[in-house]
Design a binder for this molecule. Structure first.
Ligand SMILES: Cc1ncc(COP(=O)(O)O)c(C=O)c1O
Length: 408
């Protein structure tokens, strides 16, 4: 038994693997075995594991100043904010810095309530915004909400992608509509341009705040800096986290000047929010992302990866239902539960991630190479061949319409 199991509360599903080192899209376990990382730490390792540029920035900043509360000015925070603002839509000129995706969602929901004076939140089926109580209120999966009856009052869910239903549910009493432009945790579902544009229009009509959660789909993952750029829709607020700190905990909510002007000093703060170390990491990750054109790489390599996976799927039609996604945010939906694919993946030198029971979610570092993508497809092939053999004997395992379960 690993002694982590003695001390940690058992809220993480654990795989029997101990990772001690990383480099780019590769991870190494304590026995020295190499893995291609298709999970990217649940989408965090956008600029690659142990990115030297980020590591240098953290180490230099750590020698200079690690902590500086938001009540004082700091040069590194100032530099980060100005470079971050330059890659955000001009209208989202105000930024709240924090430490995780859930915290960013909490801030965004609270700001929307404070600004509008209303308390109703509309979210969507399949949504994931975090597991703290407020963010969880807008997270759809009943598995995470079980036994927690008293979440934020006034939260309603609409079917993702269904504009007609959204029109029925979003009303004058709605404070905010919170949506992922591309849903990650429920298995890579792309919000269509017409859906996102429709939400923009309805929220304007109802004077509700439109919040895009870019925690998983943002920061160049889908081939554009922010996934909502594909739809040409700008929200009133957005949240981001995961890869923006190059692996270091960092998150933000960005909002309009108008919403920001309703927030008074003390209304929302975080001791660690915007600390110099996180800002140094964020600045280095952002500069690396731009210098290496990672958005373009995600678009090109993502299209290549999807195409190769489609070829693989066509050879294994009895197992694979669909390959979908944008950039390096790809879902492979199977007709069978995929736990075995994940487990066999370790043997074949791959860290894979699942969404629900039957969807493989691929969120590799954007520095993954074509050769590494080829290696992934090559390693998946024998796993699927083996599973086809098993499948022949257990047809009842088809998961069409199965409840979404997740290891998130
Ligand atoms: C879209 C989305 N929003 C919010 C979160 C919550 O982020 P965190 O785990 O950093 O709290 C996640 C995490 O997976 C996510 O995918």
């Amino acid at each position: 038994m690993n002694s982590e199991d003695l001390h940690l509360v058992p809220t993480y599903q654990k795989f029997p693997i101990e990772i001690v080192r990383g480099e780019g899209a590769l991870l190494y376990d304590s026995a020295g075995k190499e893995y291609l990382d298709l999970s990217g730490g649940y989408g965090v390792a956008i600029v690659g594991h142990a990115n030297p540029f980020v590591a240098d920035a953290i180490s230099n900043q750590a020698r200079k100043l690690i902590t500086c509360h938001g009540s004082m000015y700091n040069d590194t925070r100032e530099a980060y904010l100005s470079e971050l603002a330059a890659v955000l839509p001009a209208s989202l000129s105000r930024i709240f810095l924090c430490n995780s995706g859930a915290e960013a969602a909490e801030a965004a929901l609270k700001f929307a309530r404070l600004f509008t004076g209303k308390n109703e939140i509309v979210a969507f089926t399949g949504s994931f915004h975090g597991k703290t109580l407020g963010a969880l209120s807008a997270t759809w999966n009943p598995k995470y909400r079980k036994s927690l009856d008293d979440l934020l009052a006034g939260t309603k869910f609409c079917p993702f992608g269904n504009l007609e239903k959204a029109r029925e549910v979003i009303s004058d009493t709605t404070a905010a509509v919170l949506v992922e432009p591309i849903q990650g945790e429920s298995g890579i579902h792309i919000g269509s341009e017409s859906f996102l544009k429709g939400l923009r229009q309805i929220t304007e009509e109802k004077r509700a705040i439109l919040i895009f959660d870019e925690v998983q789909c943002g920061f160049a993952r889908t081939g554009r800096m922010w996934a909502f750029e594909h739809a040409g829709v700008v929200p009133d607020m957005m949240t981001a986290a995961k890869g923006i700190g190059g692996g270091f905990p960092l998150a933000f909510a960005a909002l309009t000047e108008e919403i920001s002007s309703a927030l008074k000093p003390g209304a929302h703060t975080s001791t660690f929010g915007g600390n110099p170390l996180a800002c140094a990491a964020g600045l280095a990750a952002l500069r690396f992302l731009k210098r290496e054109n990672l958005a373009e790489k995600a678009a090109l390599n993502g299209a290549y990866f999807k195409n190769e996976l489609e070829k693989l799927a066509s050879r294994h039609r009895s197992l694979v239902r669909e390959v979908r996604g944008r950039g390096l945010m790809i879902g492979v939906e199977f007709k069978i539960p995929i736990r075995d694919v994940i487990v066999k993946g370790f043997d074949h030198g791959m860290i894979l991630l699942y969404s629900g029971l039957n969807i493989l979610r691929l969120l590799p570092p954007l520095v993954i190479t074509k050769e590494q993508i080829d290696a992934v497809c090559k390693r998946l092939d024998p796993i699927l061949i083996e599973l086809e053999g098993t499948r022949a004997t257990s047809k009842a395992a088809d998961t069409e319409g199965a409840e979404i379960l997740s290891a998130q």
